[in-house]
Design a protein around this ligand. Structure first.
Ligand code: NAP
Ligand code: GCO
Length: 266
């Protein structure tokens, strides 16, 4: 029988990686409003402290941890600390991510590897650390933050697209391997969202005009606007809640319709 309470997260412990600000912060804030206890990490002390302050200003007492998600030892330690201090993690959002916009033939192998490390290897490392606790508890929710680039390529983002395409398949594989343990692993594929990560694509030109890429994305989006981190909150709460217990291995694109649209005639 349908119960609106199924969309609530009361009593759940959520870990959102890289969530001092941006998309992760917005998703974690929505989880808190839905009743979850929030744990997040950032790569350095200062940003983690700033994140704790930002959550507090939003009325949320979040647990902040300094952890490089690429470092398996740090991740295992952080998860153990959360399980001891807060409780077993019910909801994991693999949000931490980077992008390097460099033409492929000019990109160093080291730069390519760094993007793969953060955007694909790290979701593996963090999920591997969290799943045993979810199995013991008898349930779990993993949400991987994918991208338009899980489906499409574009100039200068070869490493990012390879990573986000791989993250789509890691999502489906975690679904396949752990669905039987009542763990649902899904992805969210945001469209173009106004955060620090996309700020260079929205910078005003010297003559005060809009960035050409900004104009391109608005013309390519039926909603005719950039997304905001808040646009992702409802979909994330849905995938973190009991309302989505039979949704597994799905990538939910929250893109204002970009993937469905050929684009407005110039
Ligand atoms: P953002 O503003 O650049 O924030 C990324 C966050 O990840 C920051 O808090 C960053 O911490 C953290 N991080 C990076 N590397 C880390 C590491 N090794 N260990 C721990 N934390 C790390 O990005 P965003 O726009 O909010 O994007 C968040 C996620 O959504 C990313 O996975 C991104 O690929 C994805 N996404 C973004 C868009 C978009 O249009 N913005 C669209 C689709 C998907 P520091 O500040 O300390 O570096
Ligand atoms: C880019 C953008 C995109 C967005 C997002 C789109 O340079 O094309 O950064 O990659 O970050 O991933 O879904």
């Amino acid at each position: 029988m349908f119960d609106p309470q199924d969309f609530r997260l009361d009593g759940k412990v959520a870990l959102v990686t890289g969530a001092s600000y941006g998309i992760g912060f917005a998703i974690a804030s929505a989880f808190a409003k839905a009743g979850a206890v929030i744990c997040f990490n950032d790569i350095n002390e200062e940003k983690t402290e700033n994140g704790i302050k930002a959550y507090r200003e939003a009325g949320i007492e979040a647990h902040g941890y300094v952890c490089n998600v690429c470092d398996e030892e740090q991740v295992q330690k952080m998860v153990a600390q959360i399980e001891e201090e807060v409780g077993t993690i019910d909801i994991l959002v693999n949000n931490a991510g980077i992008i390097k916009r460099i033409p492929m033939v000019e990109m160093s192998a080291a730069d390519f590897r760094q993007v793969i490390d953060v955007d694909l290897n790290a979701p593996f490392i963090v999920s591997k650390a969290v799943i045993p606790g979810m199995i013991k508890k008898g349930h779990g929710k993993i949400i991987n933050i994918c991208s338009m680039m899980s489906e499409l390529g574009r100039e200068t983002v070869s490493a990012y697209a390879a990573a986000k395409g791989g993250l789509k398949m890691l999502t489906r594989n975690i679904c396949s391997e752990y669905g039987g343990a009542n763990i649902q692993c899904n992805g969210i594929g945001p469209g173009y969202i106004a955060t620090p990560q996309t700020a260079p694509l929205r910078e005003r030109q010297a003559d005060g005009s809009r960035h050409p890429f900004d104009q391109f994305i608005v013309a390519k989006t039926p909603a005719a606007r950039w997304g905001t981190p808040e646009d992702l909150q409802g979909p994330a709460v849905f995938l973190a809640s009991d309302a989505s217990n039979f949704v597994n291995g799905h990538i939910l694109y929250v893109d204002g319709g970009i993937l469905a649209y050929i684009g407005k005639q110039p």
